[in-house]
Design a binder for this molecule. Structure first.
Ligand SMILES: [Zn+2]
Ligand SMILES: [Zn+2]
Length: 114
């Protein structure tokens, strides 16, 4: 279990150095990304709603009742909840300011043929 590093708050894109777990909720509406923050080493749990992030492509229109899986990567930012020096009080972030992309694994389920 890595210790949390109270690094000075800085908004910066970083490269994830460890494996992240991306889990799709059973109803397909949420992705939960879990992994250590590359900057402050806190374990971050980041939940994104399907369909909220990223530009909607044409094929993602509401042609189906079931949500389409996300493709590409999920932009994740640190929400470790630990105090970091230099964090502006008005900042909505609850972490060290680091953000990074986590690739979305291909959907494992099938049976949704077009
Ligand atoms: Zn932190
Ligand atoms: Zn962090």
């Amino acid at each position: 279990m890595p210790d949390h590093q109270p690094t000075p708050f800085q908004e910066a894109e970083v490269q994830p150095v460890d494996d992240f777990t991306v889990v799709r909720s059973p109803d397909g509406r949420w992705y939960t990304v879990t992994g250590p923050c590359p900057t402050c080493r806190a374990r971050t749990v980041f939940r994104v709603a399907h369909g909220v992030l990223g530009p909607l492509k044409g094929r993602l229109r509401h042609r189906r009742a079931r949500p389409e899986p996300l493709t590409g990567s999920i932009p994740v930012y640190c929400q470790c909840g630990y105090p970091h020096p230099d964090r502006p009080p008005e900042s909505p972030d609850a972490g060290c300011g680091a953000f990074w992309d986590v690739p979305v694994p291909p959907p494992a389920e099938s049976g949704d043929a077009p």
